[in-house]
Design a protein around this ligand. Structure first.
Ligand code: GAL
Length: 663
């Protein structure tokens, strides 16, 4: 982060893990508010996010403000000892604004308007929207900057959740400005976009458009640049709000809630992190196999986006959500385990969406801390117990994550580029491949950090870079230096294929990694859905295979396809190595491969053998979190350390034990 690290004012009082939720009192009569504060106190709530969707209530007509009710809520919370993460309230524009200025509404790739009726119906690049939103930010900062309840600013909400890709004329103009800055002149743009192809040469900036719905595949570099631009446009908007807040209330830290979770891929959060005073994230469990691994992966990546420093879990759910096809309720123990997994990976705050379950509106079936059933409910009782647990864990607050010996490289540009259209297969899933490797680490009981591609790799003994599709020359050189410095690199299919302009590296794949890996591939061989690739070690690959020729010295073929072509290779480079896995093996297939690679690299598990796979270990300084990955009890006997939470000898089903083990 470029700015000095600033944590919540809340923590000036006493080191503690913050606990709370989004609070939407405007959905409830005044009489409910006192009851809310009492139930929050009983649950140990210390902070709430307020006014996230309150614009229409705060500014009912242009320039006319009704802030009295919010003053009252702020005072009430303060009197109750509850701090406020106050929203700038700009997330959802009010009807008067969209009626007067329909030109702020986003437009999709087909030219259709995205109408009001939901939320976040605004163009990230609209100057009109920005003018109105920043006026509200100024009003909020002026009114509440000195309020004693104010702990932090919550800029907008989940920027880009619904409006990241806007194809409007505003977007077109801003895209051109962004391109002029990136390329300087049209010759450079024409070269980068490969416009000699399909008669796409531009002779005037005004001819350039966002990749709107075209007759067939739009130019891939135009698409990739539009993804970069769209992430940057929202980042620019984030900075605009933040700058107003910094001008008026420099003493108050400002954040916004990222969405490091699932297939939320348009925002490059590694690139955004420097813009906020502390990183905050929202995470929702997506039902499916290994959902708990995905939670751990996302928490881990969030922590490394935050540079290993503590971060704020702004939202997750106490139980079911409302936006999946089937919204499964959490099982006993899941609420606490999910929360504590985030804490294990560096969260210093545990917050939910939302405090009180709505009666009306699209989210009335979304769980909350205080469900429809009221305080006499299992969810609320679990919420109260979690509050107690977080108080026990107060000494953990402020501790940094202890780096692992292994890492997985995560790169937004490769995610964007590897999944574009007109590729060898549309079955490739970048994040899933990275997650499969993470699951394999968990199955082996070995800690791995999930780190953004720009991270200094020096301290890591083994680095997996799955589907590292975009490898500009400088990244290729960094990876070579890592390996020649003794590092063990593992990469996979469809890596090292293109440069930063999405132009293929020539001479055989994988371009700049060819010599390092000591292999050469002439042609990709993706698999049809009903095809499997059998390996001679008994494993089965799907999605992809490569026709590998070994070209370098010191290359060992670790596994071959039936028929003899190499499938997994490893080249020894002095004390380091560079390995290549040419097919999708899934977590179960990757585990034995990774076990071998880790053992050759000398990276051990830190867990006793009987716990590996069943228990996840995460470490923050002196604090060791042991997380039961199963629905069965797991015996822990014999682990040294003072017990801060949980049982010393037994991990309950889905349970967590936290030990203090001074190093
Ligand atoms: C988030 C959002 C919240 C709520 C929640 C429901 O995307 O920030 O306002 O909608 O999802 O899961």
């Amino acid at each position: 982060m470029q700015t000095p690290y600033r944590w919540l004012r809340l923590h000036d009082r006493a080191p503690a893990l913050a606990y709370g939720a989004d609070y939407n009192p405007e959905q409830w009569p005044r009489s409910t508010w006192d009851e809310d504060v009492r139930a929050m106190q009983a649950a140990g709530v210390t902070i709430v996010s307020l006014a996230i969707f309150s614009w229409a209530r705060l500014e009912p007509a242009e320039g006319e403000y009704d802030l009295g009710w919010l003053d009252e809520v702020m005072d009430l919370l303060h009197a109750g000892g509850i701090a406020v993460d106050l929203a700038t309230a700009t997330a959802s524009p009010p009807p008067w604004l969209t009626a007067k200025h329909p030109e702020i509404l986003p437009v999709d790739a087909h030219g259709a308007t995205i109408w009001p009726g939901g939320r976040q119906h605004w163009r990230p690049t609209s100057p009109v929207f920005r003018e109105h939103a920043l006026r509200l930010v100024r009003t909020m900062a002026t009114r509440y900057g000195d309020h004693p309840a104010l702990a932090a600013w919550h800029i907008s909400n989940e920027l880009g959740c619904h409006n990241v890709y806007d194809y409007s004329d505003d977007a077109a103009a801003a895209f051109r400005t962004w391109l002029i800055e990136r390329y300087g002149d049209l010759d450079a743009l024409n070269a980068a976009w490969g416009t000699a192809f399909w008669s796409q040469h531009y002779s005037d900036w005004a001819q350039i458009l966002p990749p709107r719905q075209a007759a067939t595949h739009p130019n891939p570099t135009q698409q990739l640049d539009f993804k970069r631009f769209s992430s940057d446009a929202l980042k620019d908007y984030l900075r605009a709000e933040r700058d107003v807040l910094r001008e008026l209330t420099p003493q108050i830290p400002a954040t916004t809630n990222f969405m490091v979770m699932g297939e939320q891929k348009p925002m490059d959060y590694a690139d955004w992190a420097a813009e906020v005073d502390f990183v905050a994230n929202d995470h929702y469990v997506q039902r499916g196999p290994r959902a708990q691994d995905e939670l751990s992966f996302s928490a881990n990546l969030t922590g490394h986006i935050a540079g290993g420093r503590p971060w704020f879990l702004m939202e997750h759910s106490t139980s079911a959500v409302n936006w999946q096809p089937i919204n499964v309720a959490k099982k006993p123990g899941e609420l606490a385990r999910d929360s504590l997994t985030h804490v294990a990976h560096g969260a210093d705050a545990v917050c939910f969406f939302q405090w009180r379950q709505s009666r009306a509106g699209a989210e009335k079936y979304h769980s909350a801390m205080l469900p429809h059933a009221g305080t006499d409910s299992e969810v609320y009782r679990s919420v109260v117990r979690l509050g107690e647990t977080l108080r026990q864990l107060a000494p953990v607050a402020g501790t940094a994550q202890t780096p692992a010996r292994a890492a997985i490289l995560f790169d937004w540009t490769s995610w964007w580029a590897s999944e574009q259209d007109s590729h060898p297969t549309d079955r490739l899933r970048y994040r899933q491949e990275a997650l499969d490797w993470y699951s394999a680490f968990l199955d082996l009981g070995v800690r791995a950090d999930v780190v953004p591609a720009g991270t200094d790799l020096t301290g890591y003994e083994l680095v997996v870079a799955p589907v590292l599709h975009v490898v500009p020359a400088a990244l290729g050189e960094r990876l070579e230096a890592y390996v020649s410095g003794g590092g063990h690199l593992v990469t996979t299919y469809f890596s090292g294929i293109v440069d930063e302009h999405d132009h293929v590296w020539l001479g055989g794949y994988p371009g700049p990694l060819r010599d390092l890996l000591g292999i050469r591939i002439e042609e990709f061989a993706p698999l049809a859905d009903d095809e499997r690739a059998e390996l001679d070690n008994g494993l089965t690959g799907t999605v992809w295979t490569d026709g590998i020729t070994v070209t370098g010295p010191d290359v060992e073929v670790l596994a071959s396809y039936k028929g003899g072509t190499p499938a997994i290779t490893r080249r020894t480079v002095g004390p380091g190595s560079a390995a290549y896995v040419s097919t999708r093996l899934g977590p179960d297939g990757l585990a034995p491969v990774l076990r071998d690679l880790l053992s050759r690299a000398g990276v051990p598990s830190e867990l006793p053998a009987e716990l590996r796979g069943r228990v996840e270990l995460a470490v923050r300084g002196d604090f060791h979190f042991l997380i039961n990955r199963t629905a069965e009890p797991v015996e822990l006997a014999g682990l040294p350390g003072e017990v801060l939470h949980g049982h010393p000898d037994l991990l309950e089903p889905r349970g967590v034990t936290v030990l203090r083990r001074p190093s």
